[in-house]
Design a protein around this ligand. Sequence first.
Ligand SMILES: Cc1ncc(COP(=O)(O)O)c(C=O)c1O
Length: 370
Amino acid sequence: MINKLSQIKEPLLMGPGPSCVSYSVYQALAKPTLGHLDPEFISLMDKIKDYLRELMRTENKLTVPVSGTGSAGMETCFVNLVEPGDKVLILINGVFGTRMEDVASRLGAEVNSLNFDWGTPVLLDQVENQLVGKKYDLVAVVHAETSTGVCNPVEEIGEIVKENGALYLVDCVTSLGGMDVKMDGWQIDALYSGTQKCLSCPPGLSPVSFSDKAVEKLSNRKSKVPNWYLDLSMIIKYWSGKARVYHHTAPINMLYGLYQACFNIIDEGLDAVIQRHKDMHQMLLGALDNLGLELIVEESARLPMLNAVKIPEGVDDGDVRSRLLNKFHIEIGGGLGPLSGKIWRIGLMGETAKKESIQKLMDAFNEILN
Ligand SMILES: Cc1ncc(COP(=O)(O)O)c(C=O)c1O
């Protein structure tokens, strides 16, 4: 009998996520499964909450990893914070802004969106104009738009949203652990992330944090949270307090993995990790330049961990990516939506953001493109 798992070879994950996972995280995942109410496990849960607060730079009590991938975090924020009839504004410049619009519009809210060109950042004057004219209950934006490689001006948007009085929701799936995220400093009320990007843990959990203002909105809801599994008012009874109350069985081993992934970042130093992402981005730019390849995003709005590279005229996107995968075991991403066939998305996230990764990719590119 053949065991399919024995045939898996470790790839170099240089796409938009998942990213490479360190050996220490794989080892953590393989630790014995504890009971989900075992005091030893509960003390690990408390440490995970502390680590997440450190990475998000927040004091928020309600900071927990939600069971499910980044999209579960997105859904958690919307279902807990939006009630029928609420006025919601989504700032869209890529796939994940569009997904937020879809999620919000399923909740009976009055959803407006401001659309910006894909590959360019959200424009502050347009946000300001929109928010001067109308009171909103919630404004949402993606920090690091993984579909385009654009960084949105989250701090500046936060100042405008504050004036309006709306809750401020930010997607930090790709940014957390790879660039500055200052939840409290940037006046963010609800934030969600994912484990498989710069945290370098396999996909499966979504760290979420709510400010006091967001918790107040949740506590004063007129209607029940319309999703049982993601209802934070019940989930927090398992994640905090002296006597923990069962909600759903926690994904124990995934939480070991997240614990170890956070430990690794904090052990290296969050600032040092952020600097490593910046340095590797610069190194990649130099290497791409040598090959005559360029990024589509203007310099001031580029993400360090997700590089959107213009595919040269006459080069077959699918052919290059399948040769990279089949011959060199390197995965990079293709473009999505209007950018399909036009860009490659090269990820330098977490464990992948290392010199050796860039060197291996350039050796492969050299052979394939020449
Ligand atoms: C910015 C952003 N938001 C949300 C998601 C959704 O996360 P997941 O695919 O883990 O559900 C992703 C995934 O790539 C993302 O990049």
